[in-house]
Write a protein that binds this ligand. Structure first.
Ligand SMILES: Nc1ncnc2c1ncn2[C@@H]1O[C@H](COP(=O)(O)OP(=O)(O)OP(=O)(O)O)[C@@H](O)[C@H]1O
Length: 364
């Protein structure tokens, strides 16, 4: 008997593993995604994001474990179930648009419906519907070579959603677009996600994209799930130093500290009471950039470092300072000016935003 929760999950992945020869690209991944969620997969290059998406799409078969879409097992390493990509009700949008150059925009969108043997009238009305949903009705009779990159991406999305898949899979769909168009397309994609009611899985390198679009985020590291949470939860409660130093703009500072006497000390400066280490000799302390002030603040732990660079972000500056051999990032109001090599004083918040073991697991 399936539980109600299992029935409500659009995607359920159990103990999934995928090896290429003796290389394990995906290791023991367990995920459940509720219907209608917008799940974003993030992680450094080579961590297995595209492989996981391809496993969902049915373009790869798992070595171990199981994938169920809408309550139906579509892949199983053990029992050899492998439902064809076309029979999964999952539509994949690639980074490259892969439109058929000899077909018009309408022809491109209509083609998968024709292959699925939709009657002509139903097909034509669905093509009109998605053309208007994507705001590209005026391009229906043009060929791919006669439209811009951004318009081609819209056509690729229209083609994917035309057969009404219940799961939309996106593999870095915006990475070929310029920055302004990316921002526009982000909101467009969210609108389409809501309008279709589909569950979306979206792979990106761009963590701003991840944090603005996702209802759920999975951070992958070396083929494993490092943390699965809402964007807010990832920022507030990163489970590991890996997540803390990957998520956030800028990512949080992680300072290694040794227990000396009754303090935790970094760069000869006591930062926090030794009790925070729960008996450990070495820990790592998290300070968000906004918890690091430039200049001396009385009563706060102070560090001396050398100025490296400053980057403007909106009306603030993101300032990087080298303390020992650790790069510490601070946020400063306005446009911060200094010469590389200048010695700066940094004042830290009176308590760290998190305490992690020397291996990077959160302990407080
Ligand atoms: N067909 C394959 N044969 C052998 N190794 C593969 C194959 N496909 C992927 N890999 C390896 O599996 C690992 C994960 O690859 P994947 O493309 O999933 O990473 P990714 O997180 O999507 O990376 P990127 O962000 O750079 O696109 C990489 O080390 C890659 O070299």
């Amino acid at each position: 008997m399936k539980s109600t929760q299992e029935e409500q999950d659009a995607i359920r992945i159990c103990k999934l593993g995928k090896s290429f020869g003796d290389y394990d690209a995906i290791k023991d991944v367990n995920i459940s995604v509720p219907k209608g969620a917008f799940l974003v997969l993030v992680g450094p290059s080579g961590c297995g994001k595209s492989t996981l998406l391809r496993l969902l799409a049915g373009l790869e078969s798992p070595t171990e474990g199981e994938i169920a879409l809408d309550g139906r097992v579509v892949s199983s390493g053990a029992s050899g179930i492998a439902v064809e990509p076309g029979a999964r009700k999952a539509g994949l949008v690639f980074q490259s648009y892969a439109l058929w150059p000899h077909m018009t925009v309408a022809g491109n969108i209509s083609w998968p419906l024709k292959v699925a043997k939709w009657p002509k009238q139903v097909r034509d009305s669905r093509v009109d519907e998605v053309l208007s949903l994507l705001g590209i009705g005026n391009l229906a009779d043009r060929f791919p070579a006669e439209i811009s990159g951004g318009q081609q991406q819209r056509v690729a999305i229209a083609r994917t959603i035309a057969p009404k898949p219940s799961i939309l899979l996106f593999d870095e769909p915006l990475s070929n677009l310029d920055a302004k168009l990316r921002v526009e397309m982000r909101s467009e994609l969210m609108r389409i996600h809501r309008a279709t009611g589909a569950t979306s899985v979206y792979v990106t390198h761009d963590q701003v994209e991840a944090m603005t679009m996702a209802s759920h985020v999975i951070v992958l590291n070396n083929g494993k799930v490092e943390q699965s949470a809402s964007p807010y939860e990832l920022l507030e409660n990163p489970r590991t130093t890996f997540v803390a130093s990957f998520i956030g703009t800028p990512p949080a500072n992680i300072l290694p500290a040794d227990r000396i006497g009754d303090s935790l000390v970094f760069d000869d400066t006591p930062l926090a009471p030794a009790s925070f280490a729960r008996g450990r000799d070495k820990v790592q302390l998290l300070y968000r950039a906004q918890d690091v002030a430039i200049g001396a603040v009385e009563g706060r732990p102070q560090l001396a470092g050398t100025f490296m660079e400053a980057a403007p972000i909106d009306a603030s500056s993101m300032v990087s300072v080298l303390v020992g051999n650790i790069r510490v990032t601070a946020m400063s109001q306005g446009y911060f000016k200094a010469v590389p090599g200048d010695v700066l004083t940094l004042s830290l918040a009176s308590r760290p935003g998190g305490v992690f073991s020397a291996h990077g697991e959160r302990i407080d």
